[in-house]
Design a protein around this ligand. Structure first.
Ligand SMILES: NC(=O)C1=CN([C@@H]2O[C@H](COP(=O)(O)OP(=O)(O)OC[C@H]3O[C@@H](n4cnc5c(N)ncnc54)[C@H](O)[C@@H]3O)[C@@H](O)[C@H]2O)C=CC1
Ligand SMILES: O=C(CO)COP(=O)(O)O
Length: 341
């Protein structure tokens, strides 16, 4: 069955490719914007993306193009699947072609360095439309490509955007839950990458299931504490885009952030790891940005501080893990319950 709503996906990396395949498979006309003309030709000729998820056959109606203006102008609903470092630049390039009727949805899980902004804030500042949303949740691109049963969240204050995203994405293997707390959903997706690096490191160091549970639960507490300090609702973190995404990225070597942590735990340098990954691991930059923000606002984030020492100050994961255990004893669930005296 074919549908009329015209969709564009901007960014042909792992997630953009997986999304494009879902939307086209659901019968919607979809254009995929990529930067590289060779990659666009290969996708149109072979119906696969040779660089990202090369085993995935894309439906024949997928059209790849390097012409951002044409891709954006001809769509009504646009997904932006660009790493946070390039997001604002690509949005600026798209801006002349955007109208107040466009629906814009970010899938990006990171922060813009300038002003410590989430992508929804970048879109609100630079796009002429109020129809803005974010897609986030436990959504490993490679598992979506295999049609593993999955759930995601579309968060937007705009009911039209929420409904259209549910329409184009949902099918027999993907459920799309709605949420109005765009800020909280987006924060969950960006922050969990930090802790996936810690979980990968713990796995490489042979730490057990107790350690993993402690790490994930205290990560949730730390994320929530940060979110509350920024004025967000910590209850959103109990949903798919919070604890759901934290579980998947802290458990699976399919997560690039987890793999960065694993490689650090095995003694590789950050430079080596990033060079050999060939894909984005947003958590690396997020640690730097969140540490600076936590320092500025006086927010207690021991896991972020410890990871910063390992990634950017040459400390060994074993020394830092030991010092984490030597800290003063604390109160459970302290971000919503009163502290014990
Ligand atoms: N891969 C996954 O499982 C998921 C990824 N995400 C998020 O989606 C965003 C994109 O991630 P992936 O597609 O996985 O990354 P990727 O590393 O697989 O691909 C990135 C894509 O963006 C392009 N790109 C990079 N810098 C660019 C720039 N400055 N201007 C224009 N294009 C640029 C690259 O050429 C490539 O096509 C990230 O924020 C990630 O956290 C969200 C959910 C799942
Ligand atoms: O966000 C993701 C899964 O929900 C993907 O995680 P990575 O970016 O660590 O691969």
């Amino acid at each position: 069955m074919t549908h009329n709503l015209r969709v564009a996906v901007v960014g042909g990396g792992s997630f953009g490719t997986a999304l494009t395949s879902i939307i086209a498979g659901n019968g919607y006309p979809v254009q995929l914007w990529v930067r590289d003309p060779e990659l666009a030709s290969a996708i149109n000729r072979d119906h696969t993306n040779p660089r990202y998820l090369p085993q995935l056959t894309l439906p024949e109606q997928v059209q790849a193009s390097t012409d951002l203006g044409r891709v954006v102008s001809s769509a009504e609903l646009i997904f932006l699947a660009i790493p946070s470092k390039g997001f604002a630049t690509v949005l600026e390039q798209a801006q002349p072609y955007l109208t107040p009727d466009h629906r814009l949805v970010s899938t990006t899980k990171g922060f813009e360095e300038q002003g410590f902004q989430l992508m929804s804030q970048v879109m609100q500042a630079h796009a002429p439309t109020q129809h803005i949303g974010v897609l986030s949740g436990p959504n490993l691109a490679s598992e979506l490509a295999q049609q593993q049963l999955t759930a995601t969240v579309i968060a937007s204050a705009d009911p039209v955007t929420r409904r259209q995203v549910q329409e184009v994405l949902s099918n027999h293997y993907l459920r799309v839950y709605a949420n109005t707390d765009m800020y909280g959903v987006e924060l969950g997706g960006a922050l969990k990458n930090i802790y996936a690096i810690a979980a990968g490191m713990a796995a490489a160091m042979g730490m057990g299931e107790n350690t993993k549970s402690m790490l994930m639960t205290r990560a949730l507490a730390e994320m929530s504490r940060f979110a509350v300090s920024l004025g967000a609702n910590p209850l959103t973190f109990l949903g798919l885009a919070g604890v759901g995404d934290l579980i998947v990225t802290c458990s699976s070597p399919l997560s690039r952030n987890f793999r960065v942590g694993q490689a650090l735990g095995q003694g590789q340098t950050l430079e080596q790891i990033v060079a050999s990954l060939g894909q984005v691991a947003e958590g690396v930059n997020t640690i730097k940005l969140v540490k600076a923000k936590a320092d500025e606002m006086g927010i207690y984030m021991p896991l972020v501080q410890a990871l910063y020492l390992v990634l950017f100050a040459g400390y060994k994961p074993t020394e830092v893990a030991k010092s984490m255990m030597d800290r003063e004893q604390s109160t459970d669930v302290e971000f919503v319950l009163p502290r014990c005296e």
